[in-house]
Design a protein around this ligand. Sequence first.
Ligand code: TNX
Length: 517
Amino acid sequence: TALCLPGIPAAAAQTAAPGPERQLSDVIPAPAQIAPNSKADFTLGPHTTIHTQLGSAEAESVGTYLAEVLRPATGFELPVDSSARSKGPGISLLLGKGGADVGEQGYQLDVAKSGITVRAETPEGLFAGVQTLRQLLPAQVEADQTFSRTWTVPGGRIVDEPRFEYRGAMLDLARHFHEPDEIKSYIDEIAQFKINHLHLHLSDDQGWRIEIESWPELTTVGGGPGTGVDGEGPGFLTKAEYSDLVAYAESRFITIVPEIDMPGHTNAAQSTYAELNCDGVAVPPRTDIEVGYSSLCIDSEVTYRFAEDVIREVAELTPGPYLHIGGDEAHATSEEDYRTFMDRVLPLVEKYGKRAFGWNEVAQADLPTSVVPQYWSTETENADVAEAVAKGNQVIMSPANKTYLDMKYDESTPLGLQWAGLIEVRDAYDWDPGNHLQGVGEESVFGVEAPLWSETLRTLDDIEFMAFPRLPAIAEIGWSPQEARDWESFSQRLAEQGPRWEERGVNFYRSPQINWP
Ligand code: TNX
């Protein structure tokens, strides 16, 4: 830098106006519209105030969130003021139509010399704008110690809204339980990339992870000591812990989507309760990673009492609109039984006020159009899903060979599986959900999701290593217009995330495809 050049006195170098370190386009996911104005940079100072929409507690809480993000590194006080007697230079978070039409999730960000304004129709939109603003500050803003330096935001205007309304990530709590604090930490990370749903895979062959009062041993036994892959992932969420997570996620504008996987992937339940087996004998618990061997007993009324109890309790606990009932890899259930099961169970989800999600196999059943198949197969053709879409169903795109964060990056990746292939960052990035699957066009795509299965994972470090940097790729695919994104630009913007992860102590894979600084 200038300070290191021989012959230039430090004082002279410092008087040269320090331009912003970042450019207005240095954001993931790439904003829809960007108009830089190099004469309009804004520099935060010790007197910067965060002004929020008069009378809106929600806008004020987004302001408080922003202040909490910026205070440690800047050392500035950054008071949050919703009194509308706004004085002094500041960052304004305003609600209501005003500028461009940005829909329910979008925002407009104006950076001028005199201040910054984020405008949105909803608090959710403000929060998205705040994430953009955050990335426009130098990486050191993510540190938890104070730096004395200039904090300049590049001038101009961003008008931004998402391509798809649903952008999800998934954690598998069944194969290895992840503690609430680890889940919260992941929530904080994915929120920065404008992910707005977190799908929790709460039950599987190796463990049951959500308290159900009417079947109490599901957790004490099914989620108890010795459960999880290799017996190393025990634990479960009490109802109170689940509700606390839901509230935490909500504070980051993330909706929790709970999944109870049925009629296969049910060994934990069937080893806990003998009556869930056709022969009335409990199966032994399993801690290996085989799939497709378990099935609830389709002809037994106990099965439907169980399914209804679980769906009712989980639905009651979940303020979000969706409930995922799994339905994948039911190889031990005949096709006819599978349809019988879904015909009875899908309406239960609706009965308790939720919209059903299911893995793409649900499309083999007679689907109401409200049901959303989540496409995970690696094929680019699927007759059942195409037929459902022709009837009006929407689809979440999670093709395993693109979006599965548990696939290895390359042969040498110490964690992960590779049944769907190796997925380097570029593989995760270079595809278009609007034309990936035959018969499923843009308008039938509800959104995209990046699942992270945890057969090989233990710690938060493991989660982060597999998610970053591929999760931002999926987030950009879900948010940015197809024409606003390309690999060259993404890989450069992604490189700039490296120092930010370092400041936050987030583990990530230093992909050789990226020119990390
Ligand atoms: C397939 S994808 C599964 C999961 C495994 C995953 C491992 C899907 C709906 N089912 O049971 O954990 O592969 O990658």
